[in-house]
Write a protein that binds this ligand. Structure first.
Ligand SMILES: *[C@@H]1O[C@H](CO)[C@@H](O)[C@H](O)[C@H]1NC(C)=O
Ligand SMILES: *[C@@H]1O[C@H](CO)[C@@H](O)[C@H](O)[C@H]1NC(C)=O
Ligand SMILES: *[C@@H]1O[C@H](CO)[C@@H](O)[C@H](O)[C@H]1NC(C)=O
Ligand SMILES: *[C@@H]1O[C@H](CO)[C@@H](O)[C@H](O)[C@H]1NC(C)=O
Ligand SMILES: *[C@@H]1O[C@H](CO)[C@@H](O)[C@H](O)[C@H]1NC(C)=O
Ligand SMILES: *[C@@H]1O[C@H](CO)[C@@H](O)[C@H](O)[C@H]1NC(C)=O
Ligand SMILES: *[C@@H]1O[C@H](CO)[C@@H](O)[C@H](O)[C@H]1NC(C)=O
Ligand SMILES: *[C@@H]1O[C@H](CO)[C@@H](O)[C@H](O)[C@H]1NC(C)=O
Length: 586
């Protein structure tokens, strides 16, 4: 009995083992492919497999790998919403056709493994994919189990196919655009200082670019060992032409910044480079002239309070002298000389044997007089040293009260209108001046022409602010209350299928991270001065002689004084005359 059990167990074990071996034999090809997939996963992680094409070996392999699989049989005509860590397995050399640009952009960089019939030439396939701007391609033949060799396309290598051994250590996919070996990048600069400034180098006579956008691109080209192929816009074209060229694949990178007000251009622009606001640059309100300073500090409300104080003190003085209301009359109250002199800080007779209450009231009077005279003294002296300025405008509703109109180019006006910018629509039409020629408009802004207020982004403002530090008095200020948008992302226009877009985005973020962009921005004004694009001088045209208070400014006080004196003389003579006349009649 025991022997039988042991024998049966042994037979069962043997049967299972033999079955296992035969399955293994069947799946030899699969095993090699699985090894390849594991090797690829070690090289760079993926969590999704996209299997493209009619039934082939890949379809049996994917049952044994534990990653998500997307099966596509004929067309890529859908929006790719799955993971970006995807490995594409292609059955046969057919290149997926059609599909929206968003899907092809998202999948452009992903690695692709193509299974070929034995008679296909790998170099042909590589050329076909290269024309489609897909560079991460590896090919295996159907006799892969025996040969164990993988063909990979190397774009920057001649001939462009490399054979890799599965058990070797050579990587199958490499970052091809890490070293572009002098390949040209087509760029079009907008030549707007301080973003991009082109100059001829004095040493080697070459055209060079600086500026906080140009530096980003030149550094990138240096990093990936590429050359820059410079193209210029025709002077008649506007800078939106660069975005148009990027959309139509006429350039690789535009050296300009475009605002992402429109989400439709996400495919043809980089990751946001700068975050900025877009506000008005308003003239600093004028200071009040010196001859108005006195009128400024004589506030009617304060005068009223002083007058009420004077009346109260007069009533108290008269009442507490005799502790009775007998002497209270309008003339006594209004023309109380003690109270008046006291408030004006003058001396006045202090009655002998004054009661305690009266002394208390005199104390109050003296205190009030000290407060009043010192307050006005301080006010007057500080305003004479630095006269106050006219009020700042704080909302778009009041913008009509600004002394100067706001000038805007037709291009910007159209963008603001088409995006339904409520702030812009709030501005009264008669306050706006829409200007067609944007180059003239820029020149006016750059020379701080005081005829208008201007629109400016904060990044451009930073160099104006730097320039204004040279001025005796600043001419403009950046109004944080009058903003059309407080958050604008500025990005670089790129061609839709730019194969090194990911390298460029990463490079851009690194430059930001190291603070280089802020450094360039802070230096941009001095770069402009160095290239003689802006003068290093005070454009505020300071007046040499700043007239202070003149005799004629206070002449009206004298005039009023003379009128009052003449009036009193007239009253006095009338009174004497009236008295004489009455006596003569009696
Ligand atoms: C992907 O997302 C878009 C927008 O959310 C949707 O219209 C589209 O149907 C999705 N595609 C797939 C294949 O789910
Ligand atoms: C897709 O890209 C091509 C060129 O890259 C362009 O001509 C075409 O208009 C784009 N399609 C869409 C729907 O944007
Ligand atoms: C695999 O196929 C290719 C092309 O037909 C041939 O050149 C190569 O020798 C084959 N490899 C093996 C190991 O049979
Ligand atoms: C692959 O590499 C291994 C070790 O590096 C070597 O033994 C083998 O012969 C190579 N195979 C081919 C086909 O080159
Ligand atoms: C950069 O590209 C040039 C070709 O333009 C090449 O000769 C050089 O070796 C490359 N530099 C590096 C570091 O690979
Ligand atoms: C946004 O894109 C649409 C479609 O491309 C275009 O009609 C519109 O003028 C664009 N708006 C702006 C402000 O650029
Ligand atoms: C702009 O606003 C008007 C009225 O509020 C509305 O009819 C129109 O559709 C809006 N346009 C856009 C592009 O949002
Ligand atoms: C400012 O612009 C106005 C209007 O274009 C022009 O008449 C004036 O000469 C300019 N002023 C200066 C200082 O350039």
């Amino acid at each position: 009995m025991t022997w039988l059990v042991i024998l049966l167990c042994f037979l069962g074990y043997m049967a299972a083992h033999i079955a296992d071996i035969s399955v293994q034999n069947q799946r030899l090809m699969d095993n090699e492919l699985i090894n390849l997939l594991l090797k690829l996963r070690n090289e760079e992680f993926y969590d999704t497999l996209l299997v493209y094409g009619k039934d082939c070996e890949f379809h049996s392999v994917i049952k044994n790998v534990d990653v998500a699989v997307v099966l596509v049989s004929d067309s890529m005509n859908f929006e790719w919403n799955f993971s970006s860590l995807t490995l594409i397995l292609s059955c046969g050399p057919d290149i997926d056709n059609g599909g929206p640009n968003s899907t092809s952009i998202k999948l452009q960089r992903n690695r692709r493994l193509v299974l070929l019939k034995e008679d296909f030439q790998p170099s042909n396939i590589c050329n076909i994919y290269t024309q489609k701007e897909q560079y991460n391609i590896a090919l295996v033949r159907e006799n892969f189990t025996k040969s164990k060799s993988i063909y990979t396309c190397r774009y920057f290598q001649d001939p462009n196919v490399d054979e890799v051994n599965l058990s070797g250590t050579k990587p199958i996919f490499i970052e091809q655009f890490q070293n572009m070996k002098g390949k040209a990048i087509k760029i079009v600069p907008d030549l707007l200082p301080p973003r991009v400034m082109v100059y001829q180098d004095a040493n080697d006579g070459e055209l060079k670019m600086i500026g906080y956008v140009a530096n980003l691109i030149t550094n990138f080209a240096q990093k990936v060992n590429a050359t820059l192929q410079l193209d210029f816009l025709k002077p008649s074209k506007s800078i939106t032409e660069i975005s148009r060229m990027a959309k139509d694949d006429e350039l690789d990178m535009g050296i300009t910044l475009e605002a992402s007000l429109n989400t439709s251009n996400l495919e043809t622009s980089s990751y946001p480079y700068l975050l900025t606001s877009y506000c008005l640059m308003v003239q600093v309100p004028a200071k009040f002239p010196y001859n108005l300073v006195y009128a400024l500090i004589v506030d009617p409300l304060v005068l009223g309070i002083i007058f009420v104080l004077f009346l109260l003190l007069s009533v108290l003085l008269i009442y507490s002298q005799k502790m009775s209301c007998r002497d209270l009359s309008v003339a006594n109250i209004l023309l109380n000389d003690k109270s008046l002199r006291g408030l004006l800080g003058q001396s006045f007779p202090f009655p002998l044997n004054a009661s305690k209450k009266l002394r208390l009231i005199f104390t109050i009077l003296c205190f009030a007089s000290i407060m009043l005279t010192t307050m006005y003294e301080a006010y007057l002296q500080s305003f004479f040293t630095d006269p106050p300025s006219e009020p700042h405008i704080r909302s778009f509703k009041d913008i009509g009260k600004l002394r100067h109109k706001t000038i805007i180019t037709a291009i910007e006006a159209n963008v603001l209108i088409s995006t339904n910018n409520t702030q812009f629509l709030d501005i009264p039409k008669k306050h706006l001046c829409i200007y067609e020629n944007w180059r003239d408009w820029l020149a006016m802004r750059d020379t701080f022409n005081l005829s208008y207020n201007y629109l400016v982004t904060e990044d451009r403002w930073s160099s104006y602010a730097e320039q204004q530090k040279l001025f005796k008095t600043p001419l403009f200020y950046y109004s944080n209350d009058l903003c059309f948008s407080r958050m604008i992302f500025l990005s670089i226009p790129l061609r839709r299928h730019l194969p090194y877009r990911h390298l460029f985005d990463e490079h851009m973020m690194r430059q930001q991270e190291f603070g280089l962009v802020n450094y360039w921005k802070s230096h941009s004004f001095f770069d402009m001065v160095r290239l003689r694009l802006t003068p290093l001088k005070d454009l505020s045209q300071p007046t040499v002689y700043n007239p202070s208070l003149l005799m004629e400014d206070i002449s009206w006080i004298m005039k009023i004084y003379f009128v009052a004196i003449s009036l009193s003389v007239f009253c006095f003579t009338m009174e004497i005359g009236w008295d004489k006349w009455k006596r003569w009649r009696d």
